[in-house]
Ligand binder design. Structure first.
Ligand code: ZN
Length: 322
């Protein structure tokens, strides 16, 4: 059935039937369609502008997750830097103190900071502050790890050197306790046994029978052996690290100049040669050219009680044989 439309005629003041042509009808349909589509498009644009497209929403969620992960990483880096600081403290204030070496300066530990802006390429990024801060922390940790690992290499080398040092420094008695006849006389001002005047005694006297073995008190090289005025038959050892020892009034010398000796090795025998009033060993420890009290160099083979006894002897009282 043909569709009938009505139009208002102002002259007759009546609605009159009206039959649009095909062209008019098509134009009418098209205009309505475009209007509807236009309205729908406007709604869509408004909606997207307000709440975003699904892919934008997915990216937004991903972005906030990444930010959260960055924050976690940044926090973990802070913790790692704290652990690093603890390691540095221990390195400087414990290991390096024990090994008697200088701490690593803050200047070296913090080296590489400042200068040109190395994070310029990150500045264009969204959240660039967060990315730059985290990257800078990571760089700091990397540099400090490198310096710390170098420091540990040095500490290990010093430990090995220290081991050699401990093998060489005089650390035992030159005459075994079982062979001692009397308490020995110590280092300090003593009455000279021959001239009966007060004189400084620069060594320690161990009274023992002639022929009692005399031991090298640390690994060393023989630098002198033979007769020395006053000292009689004498051996001098160089232990390195600034230490030398002297063994005087011997009855026999078992080593030659230039020979390497180990701690505990018999280098000669007790005697009474030179300026001496009876069989004994006169023992001296020389550190950096200065004769020091040998009592501080018996720490390896003495028990606490024996050490006390040795300290008393050294204080003392025992007869000086020179
Ligand atoms: Zn003496």
């Amino acid at each position: 059935m043909k569709k009938t439309l009505h139009t208002y005629n102002p002259q007759t003041q009546e609605y009159e039937p009206y039959h649009p042509t095909l062209r008019q009808r098509i134009a009418r349909i098209l205009s309505r369609t475009f209007l509807s589509l236009g309205f729908a498009a406007l709604c869509c644009i408004l909606l997207y502008w307000m709440i975003g497209t699904p892919s934008e929403n997915a990216l937004r969620i991903e972005n906030s997750q990444l930010q959260a992960q960055y924050n976690v990483i940044s926090h973990q880096l802070d913790e790692a830097l704290e652990v690093m600081e603890d390691l540095q403290q221990r390195d400087d204030n414990l290991y390096r103190v024990i090994l008697q070496t200088d701490p690593i300066s803050q200047h070296v530990r913090q080296a590489g900071y400042g200068g040109t802006n190395r994070y310029e390429h990150l500045e264009d990024m969204i959240n660039s502050d967060m990315v730059i801060e985290t990257t800078a922390k990571l760089d700091k940790l990397k540099r400090q790890l490198y310096i710390q690992s170098k420091s540990y290499d040095e500490v290990v080398a010093l430990c090995k050197q220290n081991d050699a040092r401990l093998q060489c420094i005089p650390a035992i008695q030159p005459v075994s306790n079982k062979d001692l006849k009397y308490t020995a006389s110590g280092y300090g001002r003593r009455i000279d046994p021959i001239y009966k005047t007060v004189k400084f005694h620069h060594g320690m006297d161990f009274s023992a029978n002639t022929g009692t073995p005399v031991y090298a008190t640390g690994n060393a090289t023989v630098i002198k052996c033979g007769w020395q005025s006053g000292y009689g038959l004498t051996i001098e050892l160089d232990h390195g690290f600034g230490y030398q020892t002297r063994y005087a009034h011997l009855s026999k010398i078992n080593v030659r100049k230039g020979e390497k000796v180990k701690r505990g090795e018999t280098i000669g025998l007790v005697g009474s040669t030179g300026k001496s009033t009876g069989p004994h060993l006169h023992y001296e420890v020389i550190n950096k050219g200065r004769k020091v009290n040998p009592v501080n160099y018996y720490y390896m083979d003495l028990t606490a009680e024996e050490y006390d006894r040795m300290i008393q002897m050294a204080a003392n009282h025992g007869k000086v044989y020179d």
